[in-house]
Design a protein around this ligand. Structure first.
Ligand code: ZN
Ligand code: ZN
Length: 336
């Protein structure tokens, strides 16, 4: 089968590998679409102590084409979305219901072969049947599952007003999820005009460029201030926009070594909550419910649908001028 392999930092090769076989308790999926995500960029750059060579790709949807022994309830021909988190179920973190923090954490496309290939093998419990979606839409189940975990962590209160920094693909998913989780309005801040336009189309109450007077919209501050930028400067500014009792959600992936200054007194005195949200934790079904019901729209977030050969330009996007303004890039390994 054709697969994209990161062989060493910043080197991606198209390889012909032997197709994997579904073992006991596993299914094999013929990949329909796999989303490219910031994590893939980090792996490509050699961060996250990636064990190379690696077939990346963890936002995977496709059709089951082989069912291993001992699997119940799944059949060949079913379209499924894959939860990439493979946890042991037995360690301290798993027993506490924090499987994304499993002490023996594995993930498709991160520590084991992922979806930038014609076929991928996954534990059967990680495969969720999908109704009425295309593989391209179903590939959003994973990033939207991360958003669903963020919403669970945040617990938005009905009628909240939110301010969201970042209207990239993940920000626009988070914005939609906030709006169907009790939040009355979301104002979005992003430097890119096309993204602001899209945010308004998808339900943002306001879309502002950085530096526009955000607090005019909520003179006493916002109940929720969220970021999907990973930019330390944004995180540092967030408390300034929060109302008393406000919640701050850190959703973007900042550089590991980044540090910001916050005032502990300010957090204390204004009853602010600072909330992190990592990966997804059994929240892929929530994402599928949002997608299948049409409550979260993903069609307009897709900017590129490329064959495996196109992955290199998506990862080395800085050298490919057209990719800098990309939204979601999907790789469709069946296409070529
Ligand atoms: Zn991702
Ligand atoms: Zn575990």
């Amino acid at each position: 089968m054709k697969a994209a392999l990161i062989t060493q930092p910043r080197t991606l090769k198209l390889a012909n590998l032997e197709a994997p076989q579904a073992g006991h308790g596993q299914v094999r999926v013929r990949v329909g679409a796999t989303g490219v995500c910031g994590t893939d960029l980090h792996l490509f750059e050699g961060h996250f102590h990636a064990r190379l060579p690696l077939v990346p790709g963890h936002e995977i949807a496709g059709v089951i084409d082989q069912v291993g022994p001992g699997v119940e309830g799944l059949q060949e021909g079913q379209l499924v979305a894959l939860d990439p988190v493979v946890s042991c179920g037995q360690c301290w973190a798993c027993r506490r219901g924090q499987r994304q923090h499993c002490l023996h954490f594995q993930a498709l496309g991160v520590t084991r072969a992922g979806g930038f290939a014609e076929y991928v093998v996954a534990p059967a419990p990680n495969a969720y049947p999908v109704q009425g979606l295309s593989p391209a839409e179903a590939a959003f189940a994973e990033p939207l599952g991360c958003v669903a975990w963020g919403i669970q962590r945040l617990r938005p209160e009905p009628g909240s007003r939110a301010l969201l920094f970042g209207a990239g693909p993940i920000g626009l998913l988070l914005m939609q999820a906030l709006l169907i989780s009790g939040v009355a309005q979301v104002a979005v801040v992003d430097p890119v005009a096309e993204r602001r336009t899209l945010a308004l189309k998808l339900g943002a109450s306001h879309a502002l460029a950085p530096g526009e007077p955000t607090l005019d919209l909520a003179p006493h501050g916002f109940d929720i201030v969220a970021e999907a930028t990973g930019a330390p400067a944004v995180v540092e500014a967030m408390p300034r926009y929060a109302a008393v009792g406000g919640k701050l959600l850190i959703f973007g992936v900042a550089p590991e070594e980044a540090r910001v200054q916050v005032s502990p007194y300010d957090l204390f005195q204004r009853d602010l909550s600072l909330i992190g949200s990592f990966s997804l934790n059994g929240t892929l079904p929530t994402a599928l419910a949002w997608l299948e019901s049409g409550r979260v729209q993903v069609g307009s977030l897709i900017s590129h649908r490329l064959p495996l050969e196109g992955l290199e330009q998506a990862l080395a996007y800085k050298e490919h001028p057209g990719m800098a303004s990309a939204l979601k890039v999907l790789i469709e390994p069946g296409q070529s």
